[in-house]
Every structure is written in C-alpha cells, then in structure tokens.
Design a protein around this ligand. Structure first.
Ligand code: ADP
Ligand SMILES: Cc1cn([C@H]2C[C@H](O)[C@@H](COP(=O)(O)O)O2)c(=O)[nH]c1=O
Length: 216
C-alpha cells in the first residue's frame, strides 16, 4: 500500500540527506521521483544537504496544487513513481491534503521531510497537517545534540548567539550563522525553555558572579 510518511526532526538532524538517499536508491533501480521543495537554503528549485549533496527539485509556490501538478505530469506521458517533499513545514495545509490525495488516488508513495515546530516551539501549519494525515511519522535516527549533550528536540532562533522569541515564523537560515546574523541553534527542551544557547551558557560560566570564591 502506498504511504504518506512524515520524516521529522529538528534542524540539522539529516532530513535532507535522507531525502537524497531515498532518491538515490530509487533512481538507481530505474524509478523516477517527483521532488518538491520550498525555500531551501541553496536557492530556488534545489534540495540540498549539509553533507554537500544537492539535486534539482520543483519549487512549490504559494498557490501551487501538488495533486494537479502530478496529474498534469502523468497525463503528458511522463513518469513519476514516488514523491519527495523537502522543507515540508513550509507547505500550506491544503498542499499536504493534496499530497495525501496523491497517495490515495494516484497510488504513489509520498515521503515528506520537515521540522515540526518553529523557534517558539509552535507547530508549523504544514507540519501539523502532516501529523494529522500521515500514515507514519518517523523520527530521524541521527540525534542532533544540545550544547549540554542532551538530545536536541527544539529549534531556537538566535541573533548574535542570543535566543529571540519575536519575529516572523518563516526566516530561512542555518545553524552556522555568523555572530550578528539571524541564525538557529538546536536545544533540548530544558534549555529552550530557559533560553540558554551555547553562547549565553558560555557567557554565564565566565561571569564573575559564578566564579568560585577563593580565600586569601
Ligand atoms: N562535515 C560533516 N561531516 C559529517 N557529517 C556531517 C558534516 N556536516 C554535516 N553532517 C551531518 O549532516 C547532518 C545535517 O544534514 P542535513 O540533511 O543538512 O540536515 P537537515 O535537513 O535535517 O537540516 C548533521 O546532523 C550531521 O549528521
Ligand atoms: C526553527 C525555524 C526554522 N526556519 C527555517 C530555517 C531553515 O531555512 C529551515 C529549516 O531547514 P533545515 O533543513 O531543517 O535545517 O527552516 C524558519 O523559517 N522558522 C523557524 O522558526
């Protein structure tokens, strides 16, 4: 039975790498994928991994109908044996419904990849719909780690290393942003709740307030 599978995790946990591996393994066996993406850091119409791999993809626009796109494609006599949708958190809920229809009516497997929650730990609308509709939700095996060594479960947005909690839900960026840019850092829940990033934890550790008092 074809399935809608949602591979979810924090930023930087290997989602796009897995998407590219699924694509590689299937195309190596002669299958043809339809690859969708939206707002990849590498630019429009790209699906990229931090390991350096990149492939072309169909950039999904605001009002795009993904089911109609597949029907058009197939009715022109072109092939699609499965579908990959990366950065699926950026898709509209209606577009996730269209992906579910691709599974049910066109009988194609759909593999969607995305982060579940935003920098305020609120669900992205597209991810919420995926959790509601997916046949399976798979959490990535490679764990991203918080600076404290615990498993990272949350995404923080940072400016100059300091966590911010105000701003637009969508700001494309990376976990390796330079000091003054908007960037992201993955944290465990405890440190996300306390707004403690690596930089602020390091600064607190160096503060004279917390240095051990020496006598004499
Ligand atoms: N230089 C490196 N050497 C080995 N693995 C790396 C390197 N850089 C990144 N990675 C791996 O790539 C993962 C990020 O992969 P990516 O597919 O870009 O993540 P996601 O799509 O989930 O944001 C990291 O968690 C790490 O496991
Ligand atoms: C938490 C959060 C992230 N984003 C953006 C930042 C990146 O461009 C993508 C996630 O990509 P990745 O391949 O999973 O690293 O999402 C955002 O726009 N808003 C947020 O709150």
């Amino acid at each position: 039975m074809p399935e809608l599978v949602f591979f979810s995790g924090t930023m930087d946990c290997g989602k796009s790498t897995l998407a590219l591996q699924i694509e590689h393994n299937r195309s190596a066996r002669g299958l043809v994928g339809m690859i969708f993406t939206r707002n990849d850091r590498a630019g429009e119409g790209k699906l990229s991994s931090r390991l350096g791999l990149v492939t072309d993809a169909v950039e999904v626009g605001d009002g795009a109908d993904l089911y109609a796109h597949l029907v058009d494609h197939l009715s022109q006599g072109r092939r699609a044996d499965y579908v990959i949708a990366d950065e699926a958190q950026f898709l509209a809920p209606e577009q996730i419904d269209q992906l579910a229809r691709v599974v049910d009516d066109l009988e194609l497997d759909v593999y969607a990849f995305g982060i579940t929650t935003d920098f305020r730990s609120k669900l992205f609308p597209g991810s919420q719909r995926l959790v509601e509709l997916a046949d399976r939700v798979e959490v990535l095996q490679v764990e991203a780690l918080c600076w404290c060594g615990a498993r990272a479960t949350h995404n923080a947005r940072t400016v100059g290393g300091v966590m911010v909690v105000e701003g637009a839900q969508v700001v494309v960026g990376d976990v390796t942003g330079s000091a003054d840019e908007v960037g992201y850092e993955v944290l465990c829940r405890r440190h996300h709740r306390r707004r403690m990033t690596a930089a602020t934890a390091h600064a607190a550790a160096l503060s004279p307030d917390v240095l051990p008092v020496t006598s004499g």
